[in-house]
Design a protein around this ligand. Structure first.
Ligand SMILES: Cc1cc2nc3c(=O)[nH]c(=O)nc-3n(C[C@H](O)[C@H](O)[C@H](O)COP(=O)(O)OP(=O)(O)OC[C@H]3O[C@@H](n4cnc5c(N)ncnc54)[C@H](O)[C@@H]3O)c2cc1C
Length: 316
């Protein structure tokens, strides 16, 4: 109920305008984002790298409404790739296709993606395409496949275990020897296409994980990012790879900045490859609301920041 409400609010543009201006909200969002500037994301990644944790940098933004904004978003990623190379940090980038103009024109989006991937190729870097709501699943996978057919090997895609179609999608993608990030899914989806209960989403996660670790997938060169903070799933995966003697360089764990830092460190210390998704930028509202929806207890954290604001600072 609370999850549904928060996810609905995440798409409300008037609330986004108002909420984003409040200091208490900005302070609360800082738990999950590195800052508004690229330099702040780079500083966070440098710290993570010091602890042997890799990163993927995300410039916050989605559902871009003009061609110029989509081109500017692509340019921001090109600047980020240059900065990653210059500062010698270990980080990939993650982006959303609606940020690159998918809602406006697929050709514009494709053009922006080519520019980013060509720049990433120059540095032997990698770009992961985030998965958005189910309205975009087909278009995202089609565009991803088109880029692969054009010869871009440095691009990966995300599959969500809450979608009932994901088993079919993974089966097809395994043929291509993909690099895939497996997550549970962060959007509001109808029960006709998505599992409604957490236990089914989790069970499907394990099923998909097994498919991606299968001999067929491994022979095709599939590389998997296990993107979850769910310790039960993580321990299950570790047990599975140990039993099946799957090498640690065939997969990695991924988590979000600001969530389960203890677990991130522990896994890195155990010798697993760990990558943290580090977001920055001013368009943090929908991303922040999805983090609240995942764990409504985070609302308390928001309220604490509100109270701190009332007792100490003026809003603006
Ligand atoms: C690297 C990465 C990339 C992602 N990319 C995408 C994407 O492209 N598309 C997409 O739809 N989703 C994406 N997600 C989000 C994902 O779908 C889930 O919504 C999110 O990871 C929460 O689910 P969980 O797997 O951690 O499991 P849950 O069962 O939700 O959580 C397990 C435990 O993790 C902790 N936890 C989880 N979320 C939070 C939170 N917000 N605040 C505090 N603690 C929390 C809690 O301790 C909780 O008990 C991504 C997640 C990660 C880690």
């Amino acid at each position: 109920m609370m999850r549904t409400m928060l996810l609905k609010l995440s798409q409300n543009s008037s609330l986004r305008e108002a909420f984003s201006k409040y200091r208490f909200a900005q302070r609360a969002a800082r738990r999950f984002i590195a800052g508004e500037r690229l330099s702040e994301a780079i500083a966070v990644v440098r710290e993570l790298n010091r602890e042997k944790i890799l990163a993927t940098i995300d410039h916050l933004g989605e559902n871009t409404t003009s061609e110029s904004a989509a081109r500017a978003a692509a340019e921001e990623y090109i600047v980020a790739l240059d900065a990653i190379a210059q500062s010698k940090i270990q980080s990939e980038v993650s982006l959303k296709l609606t940020q690159m103009g998918l809602d406006l024109a697929p050709t514009l989006c494709l053009e922006n993606m080519r520019r980013i991937l060509e720049r990433a190729q120059r540095y032997q870097n990698f770009v992961c395409i985030d998965m958005e709501s189910s309205a975009y699943t087909d278009r995202t996978l089609d565009l991803y496949e088109a880029l692969r057919c054009e010869g871009f090997e440095n691009v990966g895609v995300v599959i969500q275990s809450y979608l009932k179609r994901s088993e079919r999608d993974i089966d097809r993608l395994i043929e291509r020897g993909i690099k895939v990030r497996l997550c549970k899914g962060a959007y509001q989806e109808p029960p006709s296409i998505a599992f409604a209960h957490k236990r089914d989403v989790d069970a499907n996660y394990l099923k998909l994980l097994e498919m991606l670790f299968s001999p067929r997938a491994q022979e095709n060169g599939v590389y998997m990012a296990i993107a979850t903070h769910d310790e039960k799933i993580i321990r299950w995966a570790i047990d599975y790879v140990q039993r099946h003697k799957i090498s640690k360089d065939r997969f990695e764990f991924q988590m979000l900045y600001g969530i389960r830092r203890d677990l991130q460190l522990k896994l890195a210390q155990e010798g697993y490859r760990v990558r943290v998704y580090v977001s920055y930028g001013t368009h943090w509202y929908p991303y922040f609301m999805r983090r609240l929806a995942e764990r409504p207890a985070n609302l308390l954290f928001l309220v604490k920041n509100l109270v701190r604001g009332f007792s100490g600072q003026r809003f603006h």
